[in-house]
Every structure is written in structure tokens, then in C-alpha cells.
Design a binder for this molecule. Structure first.
Ligand code: XXG
Ligand code: FE2
Ligand code: CA
Length: 348
């Protein structure tokens, strides 16, 4: 078997949106992303510390969907490696000419074995990095794209696919019968470039951007409240158990889910341990034990194949939202709660 391509990180996503003006309001006016380029049917956005052309493309279309997830590879020769690797895996593989996506050089596009439209690229147009352009940064400034999260019916096989591709596993949610409900996988030295969430799929669960500070995340909430647009807040703000990051989930005007995420931890050593959360631990998805809203488990974005057609979805055998106690509102796990002499208030 050919070696897998050397992926550096999650680099960009292309979303289909139905109303570009509404999307511009959400991503540019509220979230403060920088517009690198604008066409009649597309917006190319980046965050303040990013120097590649974009980390998010919004393209106008008839129905909301994920068009593509982009991974950057270590150098241009990795495109040949990718082409060979996926051809051997027997999935659809296509070469994309430089400029097929504005700002992106030569690329290899595939539909991966778990159903997602993926692009591998190295060459990309450089832009000015606005790290110290504090005069342009709003109080909720976003620094960079952090990760993708995808919903898949079979987390175990998706996990095997990604670990074969050379991704490390930072954290998982499992039970003691060897069922895997979710997993966090990385190439860059953070908790993840991609997370797998069990559910009807393949669908896009969310795209996450990083801020430096919790106050920046909170300012987005305050802005949405002030604008009478609080209905865009879906879950949080809060502290994740998995990843330890401070988080906020938003829904854009088309329903695509966006996470704002800050301060997870370093995973770059070769012996970085995998943290395994029990599916019954009510702190796993909210370290403070808050309920996960049902929409967060149930709703996700359609994904398109390489020809732009919706990929059919299938259902998982088990659903974390049904088997778990604790953070989902079905009870409170008391095990371990009194280690330090504290008692939780109630048991459902
Ligand atoms: O980025 C993430 C998430 O995948 O969005 C969700 C980190 C942790 C979690 S979880 O809900 O498990 O705390
Ligand atoms: Fe996330
Ligand atoms: Ca609960």
C-alpha cells in the first residue's frame, strides 16, 4: 500500500449558502472575518492571523451544503502521493487545476471513503497577515480556522480511515462494550483537525474557528443579543470536557453550524496520550454538566459529492444522545462526583 499524503492541517471549507448578503452579515459583520476577495456568487474569507488566501469560501447555491473540506499538505509532491493513495483505495479522485478555487493552486480532489468531498493542496496565494492590525480587529476577533467536525454513522470505521491517514487520536467518547461514539483526531499539534460525531451521515457537523481569549467568544454572544439575533446561538458558551476548550456554537443564516473555540492544549509529542471519556460521564461534552441541546446531536449540513450532488445518508446503530446520562439532560452521573467531598445536587 502506498504511503498516505502528509497532511499538515485542516485549511479551508467551502459552504454553499442560499443568501450571500445574509451570510456576509453573519460572517463579516458579526464574526468579523476578513474579506480577501468577493465575486458576484462567492466570498473568500480569512481570520486575522491567517496569511493564506482564505479559510472559508461561501458560494451561492440553491440549497445549503458543504462543497469541500481542504487539507493542506506538506509540499506539492504530496499531491501525487494523494492521487495514488486514493486511487488504490478505489474512491473518486480528480486533479483540479490551479485557480479552480480562487487563491488555491494545483489540487487533488477526492470523495473520501467515509463520503466527504476533500481537497488536498499546497500552493495557495499569500495575503497580508493581520495579526497586529489591532486597529482593524473587533472585540470578538477570530484568529484562525481550527477544525472540522463531521457526522458519521460508523465512528469506528471513520476512525480507522483517519488513523491510517496518519492522524493522531487525542480524545474519544466510548463505552465499556467497545462502542465508539465520537473521536478527535489531529495532524497539527492541537486537540484536532477533525472530529467524528456519531449520527446520520455523512454530514458536516461544524467548522470551528479559534479566538485567543474567552472574552472574545463572550463578545460574540453580547453582539448577537444586542442585535436581536440571539437565535443564532445554539449551544454554550461553556467549557468542553473533551479538549478542555471554551466554546460557543452558532448557526449561520442557512443553518450551518460554526463553533468559536479557544485554548485547547498541545498534542505534538509522539507519545501524547489519548484521553478516553466514558459516554456516561456528564462532563464529557460540557465540563459544567449542562445539557447538550437536542439540535446539536440531530442537525447537520448535507455534503456534496465531486459532481455537486447530495451524498445519501445512513443512520448509526447507536446514538450517544439516547444511551448517555448526564450532559444530555437524561440524568446526572454521580460517579466520581464526591471524590473531593462535593455532591451534585440531584440525581435524575
Ligand atoms: O471541538 C470540540 C467539539 O467536537 O466541537 C465538541 C471539542 C469538544 C466537543 S464536546 O462536545 O465533546 O465537549
Ligand atoms: Fe468542535
Ligand atoms: Ca443532564
Amino acid at each position: 500500500m502506498t504511503n498516505p499524503p502528509d497532511v499538515i492541517r485542516a485549511a479551508y471549507a467551502e459552504l454553499i449558502v442560499t443568501d450571500l448578503a445574509a451570510a456576509r452579515w453573519f460572517y463579516v459583520d458579526v464574526l468579523g472575518l476578513v474579506v480577501t476577495a468577493e465575486e458576484t456568487d462567492a466570498l473568500y474569507l480569512r481570520a486575522f492571523e491567517e496569511y493564506l488566501h482564505h479559510s472559508l469560501v461561501l458560494r451561492k447555491g440553491k440549497t445549503p451544503a458543504l462543497a469541500r473540506l481542504g487539507y493542506r499538505v506538506r509540499d506539492p509532491r504530496e499531491l501525487d502521493v494523494a492521487e495514488k493513495y486514493y486511487t488504490e483505495l478505489g474512491v473518486p479522485v480528480r486533479r483540479a487545476d490551479p485557480g479552480a478555487t480562487l487563491g488555491i493552486g494545483a489540487a487533488v480532489r477526492i470523495q473520501d471513503p467515509i463520503g466527504f468531498p476533500i481537497e488536498f493542496f499546497y500552493d495557495a496565494t499569500h495575503t497580508e497577515r493581520f495579526t497586529q492590525h489591532y486597529h482593524l480587529q473587533p472585540a470578538n476577533a477570530i484568529s484562525r480556522l481550527d477544525h472540522f467536525n463531521v457526522t458519521v454513522p460508523d465512528v469506528r470505521s471513520a476512525y480507522t480511515y483517519y488513523t491510517n491517514l496518519g492522524f493522531g487520536a487525542s480524545e474519544t467518547i466510548e463505552d465499556d462494550e467497545d462502542n465508539l461514539y465520537a473521536a478527535w483526531l489531529y495532524r497539527k499539534s492541537t486537540v484536532h483537525d477533525i472530529a467524528l460525531t456519531g449520527g446520520d451521515g455523512p454530514r458536516l457537523h461544524h467548522i470551528a474557528f479559534s479566538s485567543h481569549e474567552r472574552t472574545q467568544v463572550l463578545h460574540t454572544c453580547d453582539m448577537l443579543g444586542a442585535l436581536r439575533a440571539e437565535n443564532h446561538i445554539e449551544r454554550g458558551p461553556g467549557r468542553h470536557g473533551v479538549s478542555n476548550a471554551f466554546y460557543l456554537y452558532l448557526r449561520d443564516p442557512d443553518g450551518h453550524r460554526i463553533e468559536i473555540y479557544t485554548t485547547d492544549y498541545y498534542t505534538g509529542d509522539p507519545d501524547n496520550p489519548t484521553i478516553r471519556w466514558d459516554v456516561h460521564d456528564n462532563r464529557r461534552r460540557s465540563f459544567w454538566g449542562h445539557e447538550v441541546v437536542p439540535s446539536w446531536y440531530a442537525e447537520a449540513s448535507t455534503v456534496l459529492d465531486l459532481d455537486g450532488n447530495p451524498v445519501p445518508i445512513s443512520s448509526p446503530e447507536r446514538r450517544e444522545s439516547l444511551v448517555s446520562v448526564g450532559a444530555d439532560g437524561f440524568g446526572t452521573a454521580l460517579e466520581g462526583a464526591d471524590e473531593k467531598g462535593f455532591k451534585l445536587g440531584h440525581q435524575a
